[in-house]
Design a protein around this ligand. Structure first.
Ligand code: GTP
Ligand code: MG
Length: 254
């Protein structure tokens, strides 16, 4: 029934801008208002788009309220849960269609620090250096780290990142990082269908690398969420493994 209802968009009169920060949300009521506030406080050049999948805890309503109060905050509430990858992709496509040149993707749980956004943006266009298509906020390069994970998360993350690097041949140490800056014109060179869930992160880098896109990593500190619950459950982990195996087949057989 839900899916028959139209998605809800916040106000249509967006200011023009170059960089749109996109955060997908599902049940982030404890974090959403503070994330929007902190991102917008980073720079008056930033705008933010929340892509919520009708969170039962009312995250979407809180975000819509924030959008009423600040013309640089925007919200898309989709009807029914359609997955993290699908939410981020829709955010990128909205950004592109609205004329933004760059999107920054981040989680809405303060694992990613909005204060790192300027360094990600700088890495896309370094003064005197080669421009990049994607700057990945990386926990796996010198200076990057994770705070607060149990050993099991370290092991799972290491396995996924090593698989992506050594089996999928994506030259990035932290391919599952959900904190990136992306040049949106890269979407002129790649097309879907993309993975809908968490494997979207590896899938996107894989596709960009295969069309010759340049990927760089910027060290960040990832802090395990303090509020709200993780949505990366067992079923999603199994689905993601299936998606990574599908990418491996594409890498090696085609
Ligand atoms: N729109 C949308 N957002 C989602 C969905 N699943 C997760 N998210 C959001 O995507 C981001 C990443 O999810 P998390 O639950 O933080 O996953 P994680 O970072 O692997 O897990 P933690 O480290 O425990 O936080 C968060 O902002 C979630 O609210 C979904 O199906 N749809
Ligand atoms: Mg998270």
């Amino acid at each position: 029934m839900d899916s028959l209802l139209a998605d809800i968009h916040s106000r249509n009169d967006w200011p023009t801008g170059r960089v749109l920060v996109i955060a997908a949300t599902y049940n982030e009521r404890e974090n959403i208002a503070a994330v929007i506030e902190k991102v917008l406080a980073m720079s008056s050049d930033l705008q933010v788009l929340i892509v919520d999948d009708s969170s039962p805890d009312g995250t979407g309503e809180i975000a819509l309220q924030a959008a009423e109060e600040n013309s640089r905050a925007h919200v898309l509430v989709r009807r029914g849960r359609r997955g993290l990858g699908s939410a981020i992709l829709e955010g990128f496509l909205v950004a592109k269609s609205r004329g933004f040149a760059v999107a920054v993707n981040m989680d809405c749980d303060f694992s990613h620090d909005p204060a790192d956004i300027p360094r990600l943006l700088a890495a896309l266009e370094p003064a005197g250096g080669r421009p990049a298509d994607v700057a990945v906020g990386s926990r796996r390069v010198r200076g990057g780290r994770v705070v607060g994970w149990p050993l099991s998360r370290h092991v799972a993350s290491w396995l996924v990142c090593s698989f992506t690097r050594f089996v999928l041949w994506v030259p990035v140490r932290d391919a599952s990082s959900g904190f990136r800056a992306v040049q949106l014109n890269v979407f002129d060179k790649i097309s879907g269908p993309f993975s809908q869930g968490y494997a979207f992160q590896e899938d996107l880098l894989h596709r960009i690398h295969r069309v010759g896109g340049r990927l760089v990593e910027v060290p960040v500190t990832f802090t395990d969420r303090e509020r709200g619950k993780s949505k990366a459950d067992f079923a999603e982990s199994i689905r993601s493994i299936g998606e990574l195996l599908r990418l491996a087949k594409k890498t090696w057989l085609w």
